[in-house]
Design a protein around this ligand. Structure first.
Ligand code: C2E
Ligand code: MG
Ligand code: MG
Ligand code: MG
Length: 284
C-alpha cells in the first residue's frame, strides 16, 4: 500500500510528466474557450465517383487558433477525446454539416451531395447519440441519406451486440453508415457481415503504397472484393496520383478522395469548385 502510494507520488512529481500534464490541461481549457469563441470550422474534401464527378464531401475539423493559426485535428482530437470535449465539438460538427446540407438542398445542382461526418468512439457510445443525430436531421430538415456517419473499426473491439444495435437504430433514421480507415483494425468477416453498413473506406496507408508494395496492393484488392461481396460501396482515401486512381479503378473501387482531386477546402472555396467543377478538377 505504502509502496504503491510512494510510487504514485514519485510519478506525480516526475518533471517530464508534470510538464506534459500541464501542457495537456492548458490545451484542454484552450479547447473549451476555443469552442466558446467559435474558433472551430469545417473544411470539406470532395469525394468523386468513377467518372470524376463530385458526389459528396468529408467534413474535417480545423481549429482557427488566434495565436497558433490553423490547427489540424491530430493536434486537438486526442485532447478532446481525453477531456470529453469531443462531445460538444462533435455535436457542433454534426449540426454544422446538417446546416450545410440544408443550404445545398435549396439548389438542384447541389441537392444530391452528401456530407460524411467523423464520429469518435466516445461520441458513438454516448447514450444520447442516436437522439442527437435524430434532432440534427429534424432541425435541419435534410434528407437523412445525405448524412453519412464515418465510424472507426476500433468500435468493433468490444461490446459488439450494443454496437450493432445502435448502428441499427442509426440506419432506422435513414442515415448512411461508413467504416473509416478500414483494414488497419481487426474486424473479421463474420463481424463485418452482421453490421448494417453502407460503405467501407480503404485506409490511406494502403493507398499510399498500392503501386510499390505488393502487400498493400493485395490488401486493397481484398478490401474491394470484400466490399463487393457484401454489397458495400467502397471508397479509397488518400488518393494522390493518377496511377493510384487507375489501379483502384481497375480493381473496382467506387469512389475516391484525395489530394489528386482536391485538398480539404473551406466552404467558400468548395462552393466555388461546385459552381465550376472543371476549373478545380486537375485530372480526368
Ligand atoms: P480521416 O477521417 O481518416 O480523414 C482523412 C484524413 O486524410 C484527413 O486528415 C485528410 O485531410 C487527409 N487526406 C485526404 N486526402 C489525402 C491525401 O491525398 N494524402 C494525404 N496524405 N492525406 C490526405 P485531417 O483533416 O488531418 O484529419 C485527420 C483525422 O482527424 C481524420 O482522419 C479523423 O479521424 C479526425 N477528424 C477530423 N475531423 C473530425 C471530426 O469532426 N470528428 C472526429 N471525431 N474526428 C475528426
Ligand atoms: Mg474520415
Ligand atoms: Mg479515413
Ligand atoms: Mg485515416
Amino acid at each position: 500500500q505504502a509502496k504503491s502510494m510512494g510510487r504514485n507520488t514519485l510519478c506525480f512529481f516526475d518533471p517530464a510528466m508534470q510538464s506534459a500534464m500541464t501542457a495537456n490541461a492548458r490545451t484542454g481549457s484552450d479547447l473549451r474557450s476555443g469552442l466558446r469563441r467559435g474558433e472551430f470550422l469545417l473544411y470539406y474534401q470532395p469525394q468523386v465517383d468513377r467518372a470524376g464527378v463530385i458526389t459528396g464531401v468529408e467534413a474535417l475539423l480545423r481549429w482557427n487558433h488566434p495565436e497558433r493559426g490553423l490547427i489540424p485535428p491530430s493536434e486537438f482530437i486526442p485532447v478532446a477525446e481525453d477531456t470529453g470535449l469531443i462531445l460538444p465539438l462533435g455535436q457542433w460538427a454534426l449540426e454544422t454539416a446538417c446546416a450545410q446540407l440544408a443550404a445545398w438542398a435549396r439548389r438542384p445542382e447541389t441537392a444530391n451531395l452528401s456530407i460524411a461526418v467523423n464520429v469518435s468512439v466516445r461520441q458513438f457510445r454516448h447514450p444520447d447519440f442516436v437522439d442527437l443525430v435524430m434532432a440534427c436531421i429534424r432541425n435541419s430538415g435534410i434528407r437523412p441519406q445525405r448524412l453519412k456517419l464515418e465510424l472507426t473499426e476500433s468500435l468493433l473491439a468490444d461490446r459488439m451486440e450494443i454496437t450493432i444495435q445502435k448502428m441499427g437504430m442509426l440506419k432506422a433514421l435513414g442515415v448512411t453508415l461508413s467504416l473509416d480507415d478500414f483494414g488497419v483494425g481487426y474486424s473479421s468477416l463474420s463481424v463485418l457481415k452482421r453490421l448494417p453498413l453502407d460503405q467501407l473506406k480503404i485506409d490511406k496507408a494502403f493507398v499510399a503504397d498500392v503501386l510499390t508494395d505488393p502487400n498493400d496492393a493485395a490488401i486493397s484488392r481484398a478490401i474491394i472484393a470484400l466490399a463487393q461481396s457484401l454489397s458495400l460501396q467502397v471508397v479509397a482515401e488518400g488518393v494522390e496520383t493518377v496511377e493510384q486512381r487507375d489501379f483502384l479503378t481497375y480493381q473496382g473501387c467506387d469512389q475516391f478522395q484525395g489530394y489528386l482531386f482536391s485538398k480539404p477546402l473551406p466552404i467558400e472555396q468548395l462552393d466555388a469548385l461546385l459552381a465550376n467543377p472543371m476549373a478545380g478538377m486537375v485530372v480526368m
